[in-house]
Design a protein around this ligand. Structure first.
Ligand code: ISJ
Ligand code: GLN
Length: 746
């Protein structure tokens, strides 16, 4: 027997994949998803009705915007007035519920205080789709609500469960009566005789209880209705490939013979000082700048042993292969040996395929066990490249520099800060001489690497060239909150840029930064092309605390979003920070991003078992306390290397939710004359063994060679509960360590 079929109508929400996963996990069904503006159906009601006949039921999803705006609800708006013989059971969630209620006479109004990421206990009628629940906790993401004109004063009044005078067809099923500011809010209802149900909360959220049971209750009701009507679902003919939403994966390159990693291990009796090691390697190198991805150390221990155990020093040869792409000209360029060896206009999806193939070609099966990087591609993907993956156009005049830039690293040194071990590695054949030499140099110095005495070259003071004023920033916070109140977004990560001029050598500046703010994702890199973009140069110094994504060679994929920040002012302790970060505001900010990242992960084809092993724990960094969650899933061995990365850009912690609408809004609110660029993008590596690790580019500065000016981005998540001054101060706190370093006043 073919499985029952549910259609999911996606209103461009950042939680949709969590809902479809919940449906698939809780019911014996297949789920097909289309967007609310699917071009096959928006102007063709016959085709839509024909298509609907191939389903047993529909879930109309949540999303940004207003249910009365056809652009926001699209096809969802057509469900409520279908001809009798086409009607089928629908569950509306949030926006979907509002659209349903609006169609039957309810008023949709703004809440006095929007509720985004807030978890509340519901009062329900214990029947219909709410049968069998004792306590039900519900996560809310809404600014608008359904008003039925109940003239009920008492929350325990039996009339709560009766239709109101003005809206006789809607039967209330659940309320939230815990909200003093907003009064009683309708959170569940059904139509008195049509097969329409709706909830105003998110049953799929990690913090909602009873999601699966609610869905099962609804499915039983839906099946009963279908059986009562003897409704027959038409089994669809085999769908043409163009009829299904393309899976967001790319082709996998054909398997080749595995490459070999040659390596040596040098043990050190003292803590390895990375700066000294880099200085030695620079002295002995061929003039090329090492690429440093450093795990910061404080008092001899990694600042975060879980994400920051290893330091990677890439030693690309002069003329090493580089892969570049920019949003503006969509040109994929490969340079090698100082020449352009490939150049073609491509979509960003093809760039990911090119990166996959570049690694597949060099795939290694064996190398030092436990060392996460054996060689591979090191580089970044800008925020604007991320926007491209979700069809948000960055203002083109803001682009033009490389948005994706990776350099091939064949020789590398990896420091294991816990085992006090240094690995010398090469993926080149016939590289024994280099291995021997480097091992010898490290052996000779290993036991007396000068700790913490790295030489600082001459340096100058810097000056701030441009940056936001408090008034400007606060105006932008207000603009964000107006959008939040209107239901256009649940959370917006507002950012701004400060420009600092300082001609000091980047390596000197980085050495200051690593001492002032050791971080698990420290970075110092210098990239340069020979031809592409007219001979482009880039310097980055970074001290990011935030992992975006990592995946192990065996396919364990992890995200570690940070959301929630407390500055280390005098007298601030971890206990006090924990108390502050346990506030509803901070937890709501974090929860929204956890749900968003679960959605991103649930969207990776073949990925299984999305879980949240750590929900909102306080972690301590040099200058801040941060609230951190961990989301994991298992990648299938056949999943292309960059698949999970490609579907989850730009990082949700730098956008807000829902991601697409929030990015569109931020584009106009931020209005900075420049792209965010590397800031808010990701930086890290793709390893020839099959793993990868990328940080979110924050607490970092970058400089394009032609400018001599460092850009420091900083910002924070704005929610309805944010306070203007506190947001301004949070932004200052986040940029401070970088600005201090660049001004020369650590
Ligand atoms: C926007 C920044 O940081 C992001 C926002 C955070 C927040 O709102 O609490 C925390 C970490 C980052 O994801 C930044 O550092 O500039
Ligand atoms: N989660 C949602 O679907 C939100 C619906 C609507 N945009 C609101 O804010 O009320």
């Amino acid at each position: 027997m073919p499985k029952s079929r549910i259609l999911y109508l996606d209103a461009y929400d950042s939680f949709s994949n969590n809902i479809t996963t919940l449906l698939k996990d809780s019911l014996p069904v297949t789920v097909e998803t289309i967007e609310i503006d699917d071009a096959r159906f928006v102007l063709n009601d016959d085709a839509f009705q024909h298509y609907l006949n191939t389903f047993d039921a529909i879930v109309a999803g949540p999303g940004p915007g207003h249910p009365a705006d056809p652009k926001d609800v699209g096809l969802i708006g057509k469900l409520w007035s279908l001809p009798e013989d086409c009607t089928l059971p629908v569950l509306g969630i949030c926006l979907g519920f509002q659209s349903f209620a609006l169609a039957f006479g309810a008023k949709i109004e703004r809440l006095k205080e929007p509720r985004h990421g807030l978890v509340r206990r519901l009062t329900h009628c214990d029947r219909d789709i709410f049968t069998g629940f004792e306590e039900l906790h519900a996560t809310h993401y809404h600014s608008l609500h359904v008003r039925l004109e109940h003239d009920v004063e008492q929350h325990c009044d039996a009339r709560l469960w009766e239709p109101s005078r003005t809206c006789k067809q809607l039967v209330p099923l659940a309320w939230d009566v815990s909200d003093d500011a907003n009064g009683a809010i309708l959170v569940g209802a059904r139509h008195c005789h049509k097969p329409f149900w709706g909830v105003q909360y998110h049953p799929e959220s990690i913090c909602s209880s009873g999601g699966a049971e609610l869905i099962q209750n609804w499915w039983s009701e839906a099946c009963r209705w279908n059986a009562g009507r003897k409704r027959r679902t038409i089994v669809p003919a085999a769908l043409k490939p163009s009829d299904t939403r393309p899976e967001k994966t790319m082709k996998r390159a054909a398997q080749r013979e595995p490459c070999t990693v040659h390596w040596r291990k040098v043990s050190c009796h003292e803590t390895v000082d990375v700066a000294s090691l880099v200085n030695i390697l620079r002295d002995h190198g061929e003039g090329n700048e090492p690429i440093l991805l450093e795990s910061g150390v404080r008092g001899g221990n990694p600042v975060n042993p879980e994400t920051g155990r290893f330091t990677i020093i890439g030693l690309p040869e002069i003329g090493a292969r580089q892969i570049l792409w920019s949003v503006k000209d969509q040109l994929l360029v490969i340079e090698e040996g100082g020449k352009v060896i490939y150049s073609r206009q491509t979509t960003i999806a093809e760039v990911f395929t090119a990166l996959d193939e570049a690694i597949d070609k060099r795939k290694a099966r064996k190398g030092p066990a436990g060392v996460p990087f054996w060689g591979g591609l090191v580089g970044f993907i800008s925020y604007e490249a991320g926007l491209e993956t979700i069809d948000v156009l960055p203002a083109k005049e803001k682009c033009g520099r490389p948005d994706i830039w990776f350099v091939l690293v064949e020789r590398s040194i990896v420091v294991d800060h816990i085992a006090q071990m240094v690995y010398v590695q090469t993926t080149r054949d016939n590289d024994q001489a280099w291995l021997n030499d480097t091992e010898r140099i490290l052996q000779a110095t290993a036991d007396h690497l000068p700790t913490g005495r790295a030489m600082l070259n001459s340096d100058s003071a810097g000056d701030v060239v441009a940056g936001p004023t408090q008034t400007e920033y606060r105006t932008k916070v207000r603009a964000c909150q107006e959008q939040l109140r209107a239901g256009e977004s649940y959370e917006l990560c507002l950012t701004d840029q400060t420009l600092v001029r300082n001609p000091t050598h980047p390596w000197t500046l980085y050495q200051r930064l690593r001492r002032a703010n050791p971080a698990p994702f420290g970075a110092c890199l210098h990239f340069a092309t020979s031809h592409t973009h007219g001979g482009m140069k880039l310097d980055v110094i970074g001290s990011s605390p935030e992992r975006f994504i990592s995946w192990s060679r065996s396919g364990k994929c992890q995200f570690r979003p940070i959301k929630g920040t407390v500055k280390k002012t005098p007298g601030m302790t971890k206990e006090k920070a924990e108390a502050l970060l346990s506030s509803e505001k901070e937890r709501a900010e974090n929860l929204m991003i956890v749900d968003l990242i679960r959605h991103d992960l649930n969207g990776v084809a073949g990925l299984q078992n999305v879980r949240v092993p750590q929900l909102m724990q306080v972690e301590e960094y040099s200058t801040l306390y941060q609230l951190v969650s961990v989301i994991e899933g298992n990648l299938h061995p056949s999943t292309p290397l960059t698949a999970a990365l490609a579907v989850s850009l730009p990082p949700g912690s730098m956008t807000g939710a829902p991601k697409k609408r929030s990015c569109e809004l931020l584009r106009s609110i931020e209005g900075v004359g420049e792209a965010r660029g590397l800031y808010s993008g990701v930086l890290g590596y793709l390893d020839v063994g099959g793993g990868g690790d990328f940080a979110v580019v924050i607490r970092s500065a970058f400089r394009w060679g032609d400018e001599g000016i460092w850009r420091v981005g900083a910002g924070g998540a704005i929610t309805a509960l944010s306070e203007e001054v506190a947001e301004w101060e949070e932004m200052l706190g986040k940029r401070q360590s970088l600005v201090d370093v660049l001004l020369g006043s650590p």
